[in-house]
Design a protein around this ligand. Structure first.
Ligand code: NDP
Length: 448
């Protein structure tokens, strides 16, 4: 690991001491602190007002019991979380994750990342995140509905269009947002569209929100390519995961002339040299909620590999779109050996610190999630704008807004990297640009 300067080292030690056992949170904080040396050297005012120390402590953390009844009549208990991390720029904004691995450390890492990501979009949104250790896999619609209703029965008192606006994440898509919104409306007797984003198109949702994170990631890579006089044309692309982000990243790659040859889920991966058939993938994942392994039943010249690593498949561009720490040092070494030139994180923190260092050493261009996947939350902010003005925009208009936003984030990363002596370093640029905007707002608002 690079050595932190003394002040940042003290802050990191304090984070470790105050948040024991929260490894993912430590990792996310460390990644940001590693970039901030030149910023604190140039701006002593941030240190004087303890801006970084305050940023590392969430404004509010809510942990609650979620009791619900399964189809067999058994009472089940899950744990719910909402971490309202920072509201200097606007109401807390960030998704809900339903996955058995969720605990406070995961929610805090995601909430912390969200602060900088939201800041990078240039939109008025603070950072937060939530979720539960509930596992929706294998649950009936009725069970998912009862769980969502129980979850919202506590969450509703903490959220609101001007307070905290949750959205989806792993395990939370359109179906879950529907059940959550229904329960919020029932309890509060208010049709408050702006309280959740990712809603259905007929009841307050925005065009392009479903596609936004994946499309946005690919728009970001398109900018990276353009900056080097290149394009997606003819590129071999590997995407990990086969959920919301992965599917729509693959769709946009195809539209821009690239070929996605592999995708995965937590059991294995599928390789289709002719290009992943997206209609088939959507049918498997969105309609049938089945496993990626079933892909080869319909496309017999594709192959499925149980277990193993999707990063063993040679590609020009790698888009990790599944989950945190899914791409490790070994995977990174394989990608480098196979000639991969660009890695962009569609997921949040999918690359381990080892992997990120390897990419830097090998000259592989690396776009961190807080920049590359910010299109999802940015389009959520566009959904909030439409809700506030009781308007609804066309697909084309919304997609153009998304593309402009990603272009802006790309340029902001490069400008900040250049200004602080790290030319071409998207990771440093994203951390610095995201940080400075929040830090300045925190200074302006006083010690609160
Ligand atoms: P989904 O639940 O739609 O899909 C997640 C995908 O990742 C599934 O294919 C899942 O496979 C796979 N996956 C999950 N855990 C693992 C694992 N341990 N190993 C391998 N694969 C795994 O989630 P999203 O697509 O919404 O989210 C994916 C990532 O993108 C997350 O990191 C999320 O935080 C991030 N993100 C999402 C945004 C959004 O708008 N949805 C916005 C910004 C970031 P399986 O079915 O086997 O679990």
């Amino acid at each position: 690991m690079p050595i932190l300067d003394e002040k940042l080292g003290d802050i990191y030690d304090e984070v470790l001491r105050r948040n024991p056992g929260e490894d993912e949170f430590h990792q996310a904080v460390r990644e940001v602190l590693d970039s901030l040396g030149p910023v604190v050297a140039k701006h002593p005012e941030y240190g004087d007002a303890a801006v970084i120390r305050r940023l590392c402590e969430p404004e509010r953390q809510i942990i609650f019991r979620v009791p619900w009844v399964d189809d067999a009549g058994n009472v089940r208990i899950n744990r719910g979380f909402r971490v309202e991390f920072n509201s200097a720029l606007g109401p807390y904004k960030g998704g809900l994750r339903f996955h058995p691995s969720v605990y406070l450390g995961i929610v805090k890492f995601l909430g912390f990342e969200q602060i900088f990501k939201n800041s990078l979009t240039g939109m008025p949104i603070g950072g937060g995140k939530g979720g539960s250790d509930f596992d929706p896999k294998g649950r009936s619609d009725g069970e998912v509905m009862r769980f969502c209703q129980a979850f919202m029965t506590e969450l509703y008192r903490h959220i609101g269009e001007h307070t905290d606006v949750p959205a989806g994440d792993i395990g939370v898509g359109g179906r879950e947002i529907g059940y959550l919104f229904g329960q919020y409306k029932r309890i509060t007797n208010r049709y408050e569209s702006g309280v959740l984003t990712g809603k259905g198109l007929t009841w307050g949702g925005s065009q392009v929100r479903t596609e936004a994170t994946g499309y946005g990631t690919v728009f970001f890579v398109e900018e990276m390519l353009k900056a080097r006089g290149d394009s997606f044309d003819g590129k071999r692309v590997v995407v990990s995961g086969s959920g919301n982000v992965a599917i729509y990243a693959a769709e946009k790659v195809r539209q821009l002339g690239g070929t996605v040859i592999a995708c995965s889920d937590s059991n294995g991966y599928v390789v289709d040299e002719k290009g992943i058939d997206l209609d088939l993938l959507k049918d498997i994942k969105e309609k049938r909620r089945a496993r990626v392994s079933t892909y080869v039943e319909a496309r017999t010249d594709a192959r499925y590999v149980e277990g193993g690593s999707v990063w063993d498949v040679a590609c020009d561009v790698a888009l990790p779109c599944a989950t945190q720490n899914e791409l490790n040092g070994r995977d990174a070494a394989t990608l480098v050996k196979n000639g991969c030139a660009i890695v962009a994180e569609g997921a949040n923190m999918p690359c381990t610190p080892d992997a990120v260092r390897l990419f830097a050493d090998a000259g592989v261009l690396f776009a961190p999630g807080k920049a590359a996947n910010a299109g999802g939350v940015a389009t959520s902010a566009l959904e909030m704008q439409q809700n506030a003005s009781r308007d609804s925009w066309s697909f084309d208009h919304t997609e153009r807004r998304l593309a402009d936003i990603m272009h802006g984030i790309h340029d902001r990363c490069l400008e900040s990297a250049e200004l602080y002596g790290k030319p071409g370093n998207y990771l440093a640029g994203a951390n610095i640009a995201g940080f400075i905007q929040v830090a300045d707002a925190m200074l302006a608002l006083g010690v609160i």
